[in-house]
Design a binder for this molecule. Structure first.
Ligand code: ZN
Length: 278
């Protein structure tokens, strides 16, 4: 099943996508749907409601207000190599705030205080059930599904200190969506999907989600040792090689450029970079 959150004249709405038709499900966003109960997704598999055309859809972040956005750094071997880091003994976890999120076709705001804004295509997991101390082999049962994220990173701010938060959570700069796709449609616990990032049509990143060092279920299990994961929480699993900071010389995003981040079987984010307004 494919779910999304769209903006309508009456506000945001959670919808189910069936081909080119989007059907409203009675919730303001996919997050509210997931929080309505442990079988929320199954319960809306065949419900009917007001319909919209996919062609006209204005996508909001697939979850508007995740309680937590947990991110994993340096989690593909080629990206670890290009950053010059050693393979980690443990997943590198950091976080974002919800103010960072934008929809699948929204603008990425280039902050006036940064001139090193970089791209990072990532597979993201959306949590569907409460999860605490869950084992890796049970983790897929607490996952509502997968979506696409672009973990836009302000490298000058990220690398000011050993903690990355300030370079990772600038406002209106992390596209998330357009669809939540349930695991059964894209390889279950171990998806093997091509993920790509293009800037103005030039391919910058191409890898497969099966090359993750710590895969989705390992990350969900690891994070659930720290804190209870709740429905609607989002986990970004890390980016493969090909980021702008690792190019020689480094290349960063400029106003007017369009970034396309995509994962086969899930969807694509197409976002124009715009300067921050004073
Ligand atoms: Zn990242």
């Amino acid at each position: 099943m494919k779910l999304a959150t769209i903006r309508t004249s009456a506000g945001t709405r959670a919808v189910r996508a069936d081909g080119g038709v989007l059907t409203e499900l009675g919730f303001d966003d996919v997050g509210a749907l997931l929080r309505s109960g442990p079988d929320a997704v199954e319960n809306v598999a065949r419900t009917s409601g007001a319909q919209h055309s996919l062609d006209d859809a204005d996508f909001a972040p697939v979850v508007l207000d995740p309680g937590k956005i947990i991110c994993v750094g340096v989690n593909y071997a080629d990206h670890i190599a290009e950053t010059g880091r050693e393979p980690p003994d443990f997943p590198t976890l950091f976080a974002k705030f919800t103010d960072a999120l934008v929809g699948a076709h929204d603008a990425i705001v280039l902050p006036s205080v940064s001139d090193m804004v970089d791209w990072e295509v990532e597979l993201a997991v959306v949590i569907g059930r409460d999860a605490r101390h869950v084992s890796p082999d049970r983790a897929v049962a607490v996952m509502a599904g997968y979506t696409v994220a672009n973990d836009i990173s302000m490298r000058d701010w990220q690398n000011r200190t050993t903690q990355w938060l300030q370079g990772k959570t600038f406002e209106h700069a992390t596209p998330l969506g357009p669809f939540l796709v349930t695991p059964d449609e894209v390889g279950g616990a171990s998806p093997d999907l091509e993920l790509t990032c293009e800037v103005d049509g030039v391919l910058r990143q191409r890898s497969r989600t099966s090359y993750l060092v710590a895969g989705p279920t390992a990350i969900v299990a690891y994070a659930s040792e720290v804190v209870t994961l709740r429905p609607g929480d989002v986990i970004l699993t890390g980016t493969p090689g090909g980021v702008g900071a690792a190019m020689d010389p480094p290349v960063y995003l400029r106003a007017g450029q369009v970034v396309r981040t995509a994962i086969d079987g899930i969807g694509e984010l197409v976002n124009e970079c715009v300067p921050e307004m004073p």
